[in-house]
Design a binder for this molecule. Structure first.
Ligand code: DGJ
Length: 525
């Protein structure tokens, strides 16, 4: 009797509580994998980021549909410090409220980007009342003692001002969104670091630079104590710049988290292979890979670090993701060029068990051919994965996902699943034997995804690729395709529409441009 009553109460409660109001979003680690937990489940962000000046209420009716055209599960939009705090201590939540309302009305989650002290290595979003008061809010000075367009990260008044404003933002989010969690993550600052100087040479910074390197940095890098110059030699200026920036942002992040503990991340203007000069080629002090350990040693309040990848060179893309997917950081493409050619790179992140992928500037010129092609390419990816979002999130965390991206000269690749190996060939004929040399596909945009459901069942998808499952276990048994089903997930349940056999499987399982899911059951004999 009691049990029945309890079940009835639980059923009523389930009906009245909105589906998205469950748990607070969190960032978790399982083994060496990470996940963003949303509504208590691992959530892979398939994101679309608005242009810098689109997060104004009057722009949203135009910008939002362009973002939704990609079928994202997250829209990313900035919050401008200059708009949020027009006068010292006075906060204007009009823009942020409009973003939350739009996201709720269209059933997507929101990632807010705090354009605070830093925006692309400069200070263009710092409120006017601060920018014009250099005495109270000092800028960085370059080696010649000239001010540059960046607030000093080494002066207390600056960090206190940012902390106060960011805390006001987080307090507001807690008040208006603390029960719904439309906003699941916040990016603290935007591409921090300095363009114009390798570090601050002002008096306060100089005295810190002449002091000892903090113990946390020494421990993380296994270095012996000393001053910055003694410990880092010719790299001391950049190392100090990184520590100063990370330390400042950590303070801002920790203060915000103390009032509303959402997951927080920082994005990075990268140091590409041909870019060597900090403060000129890239903002000095950002979380570039050469100073990444310094960053992580001093930023515990920053959950993860993202990569803003603006290259269409597949090899370079892969290299960057390998630099950032580490035991202390997940793979996360916080921005990438909104271009049809970048769509396959999502699969690099899937292969690294990452937490998401975002394209930047999705509301550019919705009528242009390039825009339509980019929206289709990224939208096709997101639409394929949307119905399996929960399954995918869990599989990524459990290391049951492998993926591959076609690269020039790498027309053949393989994915290792222990007893089974999946041989992939890009650009094969639609059926029939493979040529001796697989030449790559025509446009080079092939990709392949494999999600292991159990020891013998796999979900697969791809573009311009042939899959061949090979049994490699040394137990004397041979492998065979027991069944290949075409179908779709409907509310979490696989519904096959036909079985593929004969020509459709005798020469491997072949995918052309259309993105679809197949469920493969493997057998032995
Ligand atoms: C990276 C920045 O983070 C974005 O806000 C935007 O400025 C893009 N670059 C433009 O390419």
């Amino acid at each position: 009797m009691m049990r029945r009553l309890w079940l009835a109460v639980a059923a009523v409660f389930a009906l009245v509580s909105p589906a998205f109001a469950e748990d607070m979003p969190t960032f978790v680690k399982q083994g060496d994998r990470f996940a963003l937990m949303v509504d208590g489940k691992p959530f892979f962000m398939m994101a679309a980021q608005l242009h810098n000046s689109s997060a104004w209420p009057a722009q949203l009716d135009k910008a939002w549909p362009a973002a939704l055209a990609l079928s994202p599960n997250v829209v990313q939009a900035p919050v401008y410090w200059e708009q949020f705090e027009p006068r010292s201590g006075v906060y204007d939540t009009t823009n942020v409220d409009a973003l939350i309302a739009k996201a709720r009305a269209t059933h997507v989650r929101l990632t807010l980007l705090w354009f605070g002290t830093w925006k692309n290595g400069e200070m263009h979003y710092v409120p006017e009342w601060m920018q014009s008061d250099r005495k109270t809010y000092p800028r960085m000075l370059n080696e010649r003692g000239e001010p540059v367009s960046v607030l000093s990260p080494n002066v207390r008044t600056n960090v206190e001002a940012d902390k106060r404003a960011f805390t006001a933002l987080m307090r507001h989010l807690k008040k208006v969104d603390g029960d719904q969690h439309t906003v699941i993550v916040v990016q603290v600052e935007n591409e921090p670091g300095a363009i114009g100087s390798v570090r601050d040479f002002g008096a306060e910074a100089q005295s810190q630079f002449n002091g000892a390197v903090p113990q946390a940095v020494l421990d993380k890098l296994s270095l012996k104590p000393g001053t910055w110059r003694e410990v880092f030699g010719p790299d001391a200026d950049e190392a100090f710049g990184a520590w100063s920036t990370a330390h400042y942002i950590n303070e801002v992040a920790a203060a915000g988290k103390a009032v509303y503990p959402l997951p927080l991340y920082v994005n990075t203007w990268l140091r590409y292979k041909d870019k060597k000069y900090p403060g000129i080629d890239y903002p000095s002090g950002g979380a570039t890979f050469n100073v990444f350990d310094i960053w992580r040693s001093v930023s515990p309040a920053v959950d993860f670090i993202g990569t803003d990848i603006y290259t269409s060179d597949a090899g370079e893309y892969r290299k960057v993701l390998d630099q950032y997917a580490r035991p202390d950081n997940p793979s996360w493409v916080s921005e990438t060029g909104f271009d049809a050619n970048t769509a396959s790179f999502l699969y690099y992140v899937l292969d690294r068990g990452g937490v998401g992928f975002s394209t930047f500037g999705v509301d550019n010129d919705p009528a242009s051919e390039a825009h339509l092609a980019a929206a289709k390419a990224h939208g096709d990816n997101y639409k394929l994965l949307a119905p399996i979002q929960d399954l995918l999130g869990q599989a990524l965390l459990d290391k049951r996902v492998k993926a591959s991206v076609e690269e020039p000269g790498r027309g053949r690749q393989a994915l290792d699943f222990g007893d089974w190996r999946v041989d992939l060939s890009y650009g094969p004929p639609p059926w029939g034997e493979l040529p001796a040399i697989v030449p790559n596909s025509k446009d080079g945009l092939g990709r392949a995804l494999v999600i292991q459901l159990d020891a013998t069942t796999y979900l697969i998808s791809g573009v311009d690729v042939r899959f061949e499952f090979k049994r490699v276990a040394k137990d004397g048994l041979y492998g065979r395709l027991a069944r290949v089903e075409e179908g779709a997930y409907d509310n979490g349940v696989w519904k096959p529409t036909r079985w593929l056999n004969g020509d459709e499987t005798d020469y491997g399982i072949n995918f052309r441009k259309e993105q679809k899911l197949l469920r493969v059951t493997l057998g032995t004999y």
